[in-house]
Design a protein around this ligand. Structure first.
Ligand code: ADE
Length: 249
């Protein structure tokens, strides 16, 4: 899968893409990440891309021309017009389901704004999707783009070890169970006995129960959307009731 990020700060993109699992995914050929600087499409000799907003107001806006010309050349070079994601706090809030859905695309272009944003006309012309990574305001779209690229890449075959994406947090809409590694005892705390037993069925039952317990404890808001059996749902309701009762005391 190929990611392109239209940005004024390509070094931010390269720094994240050059480390850890994204770096490995790029080296193995499963993904590619390319930063394209739309400042290079500025017309004046000082390479200005921003100007004052019509109607007044604080800050500067990015002009439509350089963004449009950059997009035209990029899509000519790659030979198609992929979906274009604009990062903005006004967008739909990005989540795991969106990450999975977007990972089915062959190519994605991200458009990162800065300052007070980008002239609306070029957004209307080229943007297909608007995403936010949460209800807070950042100084630019580069970090949100990389957050999305990281989460999407984990669903692209060859980026993670086989199976890792299936047994993680949010699988079945639940949080992941707790995990332990050596030593067996740390500061007087022991690894749960069932995990040392070698009994796979009991381990799986314990992990499922712990996923439900963790979700009840930390993210009860996820329970209505979780894939639970009737019996598991009754168990979750009891845990929830117990937690509420102990809060009242
Ligand atoms: N740009 C500024 N803040 C943002 C946010 N929360 N999500 C996506 N893009 C942004």
């Amino acid at each position: 899968m190929n990611f392109y990020v239209m940005t004024l700060f390509p070094e931010l993109i390269d720094a994240v893409a050059g480390s850890s699992i994204l770096k490995r995914g790029i080296e193995s050929g499963a993904i590619s990440v390319e930063a394209v600087n739309y400042r290079e499409y500025a017309k004046d000799k000082h390479h200005h891309v921003d100007d004052y907003p019509y109607g007044g107001g604080a800050g500067m806006l990015i002009q439509p021309g350089p963004v449009y010309d950059c997009f035209e050349e990029l899509t000519r070079r790659i030979g198609k017009k992929p979906r274009v994601i604009y990062l903005t706090p006004k967008g739909r809030v990005f989540d795991q389901k969106a990450a999975e859905e977007l990972s089915k695309e062959e190519d994605l272009i991200f458009l990162a704004g800065h300052y007070e944003g980008i002239d609306e006309r070029v957004l209307d012309l080229i943007v297909t999707d608007r995403y936010s990574i949460g209800d807070y305001v950042l100084t630019g779209g580069e970090l949100p783009a990389m957050v999305m690229i990281d989460a999407i890449s984990r669903h692209v075959p060859g980026v993670l070890a086989a199976g890792s994406a299936e047994i993680e947090t949010f699988h079945d809409g639940l949080l992941e169970y707790p995990q332990y590694t050596r030593p067996e005892e740390f500061m007087g705390l022991r690894v749960p006995e069932v995990l040392l037993s070698g009994h796979h069925l009991n381990v799986e039952k314990w992990q499922r129960e712990m996923s439900i317990r963790e979700t009840v404890k930390y993210r009860p808001d996820l329970l209505p959307g979780a894939a639970l059996s009737e019996k598991e749902r009754r168990f979750a309701s009891e845990l929830l009731k117990e937690a509420e009762e102990s809060n009242e005391q």
